[in-house]
Design a protein. Structure first.
Length: 438
């Protein structure tokens, strides 16, 4: 899921305070149809450095689709800060788009609303079959044992981006492979007057993505095997504390980043203000802000010890964007054709090249364009050391409650308040109390 988003409130809380927004193709009757065969509405997520960039990328492709099919697609690019709210509003009001992008971590939560078209064997058959998609991407399309709620569109993974000049000036020969090495490098970087590592402390989803990885590295899980929240178990507490301690104790994340939520850390890195950045598929974003690919390197996200891999070697969540269809669409046939178009080999190459993401479609992923330095590390991470976030119905609430707890801990660190094991546990216990009851 693209990490500029700051996830909104969870599905249960949202349903109590929705303001209806009539936004296109959905029918309030609850059943889909083909009553409007010549039009579609499409909510795209903000993937590029701005909404204007996304429109520039997407509109020519939508025009191509219209030329091929005669179906006109009305595009709206929705900021990540609004997207979950907008989708949840649509699921309850019945007034939504025909087709929409969702963060892949939301798949199980939105699946539970019953509003999205299930991708059973018949529907997958209409777009070329389930086997066209890589397994890691399919693993984040809904709850295990159920037909997927969406189809993979863009795959991403986290990497460590580092400024070559800052590293050279600090006498650092290679990027850190462990967190201890990163902290040690940070002392050398700060001695040269630069910030060390960017973060988005007020971005709830960014917080979740990182503490999820730290939890994996501590052999910890946020949910038990039956899907029950277990946020305050000692290993999770240690994992969250280690992440927040990058600001609170180790001083490698600047205190000002506690307030960041909308790409500011990417901008700081692009401007040469900081040495390192943990981000998903950042190359296109950095290029749009004037940073040359020659100015930075890309390395795997650090681990506690050893090398990236499964289990304690996990160093990324399986990030990505899925494309879904509201099952009450007025143009179900056209919506399915649009999903087929967007996931075709040709479009996958075009769109994932534009966003420097990885195609989740096997035929496109093998293209030479995705073996560049900007994507090779991401492909390797997805294949060997990334794990999917919990595919549970309460995942969106998990992002909200635990993401907020981490935001509050960063605020404590920025204000000079102690971040202790006890204070971390208290925040996580509060987060668990806010989760919906089974």
């Amino acid at each position: 899921m693209r990490s500029i988003r700051a996830a909104a409130v969870g599905a249960v809380t949202m349903s109590l305070a929705l303001a209806a927004t009539a936004c296109g193709g959905g029918s309030s009757s609850g059943g889909g149809s083909d009553d409007s065969p010549k039009t579609l509405t499409y909510w795209a997520s903000n993937q590029g450095a701005s909404i204007a960039v996304d429109k520039k990328v997407l509109q020519p492709e939508l025009d191509k689709f219209e030329k091929q099919t005669g179906i006109k697609v009305k595009l709206e690019v929705v900021p990540w800060s609004d997207l979950l709210n907008r989708i949840l509003t649509a699921t309850t009001s019945g007034q939504g788009p025909d087709v929409l992008n969702i963060g892949n971590t939301w798949s199980a939560s939105l699946q539970a609303t019953g509003a999205l078209l299930p991708w059973d064997a018949k529907n997958f058959g209409k777009i070329g079959g389930r086997d066209r998609f890589v397994d890691s991407a399919l693993g984040s399309t809904g709850a295990e044992g159920k037909d997927p709620a969406a189809v993979p569109l863009y795959s991403m993974a986290y990497a460590l981006y580092y400024n070559k000049k800052i590293f050279a000036d600090a006498g650092i020969a290679k990027p850190p492979a462990t967190w201890d090495e990163l902290i040690a490098d940070g002392k050398k970087i700060k001695a040269k007057g630069k910030s060390v590592l960017g973060a988005e402390g007020s971005n709830l989803s960014e917080n979740i993505h990182h503490v999820f990885v730290f939890a994996k590295q501590h052999d910890a899980e946020f949910f038990t095997a039956d899907g029950t929240p277990d946020f305050a178990n000692p290993k999770v507490v240690d994992a969250v504390k280690q992440y927040v301690d990058l600001m609170a104790k180790d001083k490698v994340i600047p205190t000002g980043d506690a307030e960041y939520a909308q790409n500011q850390s990417v901008s700081d890195f692009a401007k040469g203000k900081q040495a390192m950045l943990l981000w998903q598929s950042a190359a296109a974003n950095l290029k749009s802000q004037g940073m040359s690919e020659d100015d930075y390197g890309i390395a795997p996200v650090p681990v506690r010890s050893g090398t990236p891999g499964t289990g304690a070697g996990t160093n990324s969540m399986v990030a990505g964007i899925n494309i879904a269809v509201f099952k009450n669409s007025h143009n179900l046939d056209g919506a399915t054709k649009f999903v087929k178009f967007m996931t075709s080999d040709e479009e996958q190459k075009t769109l994932n090249t534009a966003y420097t993401s990885i195609p989740p479609v096997k035929g496109a992923q093998g293209d030479a364009a995705f073996n560049s330095p900007a994507t090779a590390v991401l492909k390797q991470t997805l294949a060997t050391s990334a794990a999917a976030l919990p595919q549970v119905a309460s995942e969106s609430q998990f992002e909200t409650t635990v993401g907020t707890a981490v935001k509050e801990l960063f605020a404590d660190a920025a204000a000079g308040r102690a971040v202790t094991t006890a204070s971390v546990k208290a925040k996580l216990e509060k987060a668990q109390q806010l989760m919906p009851k089974a």
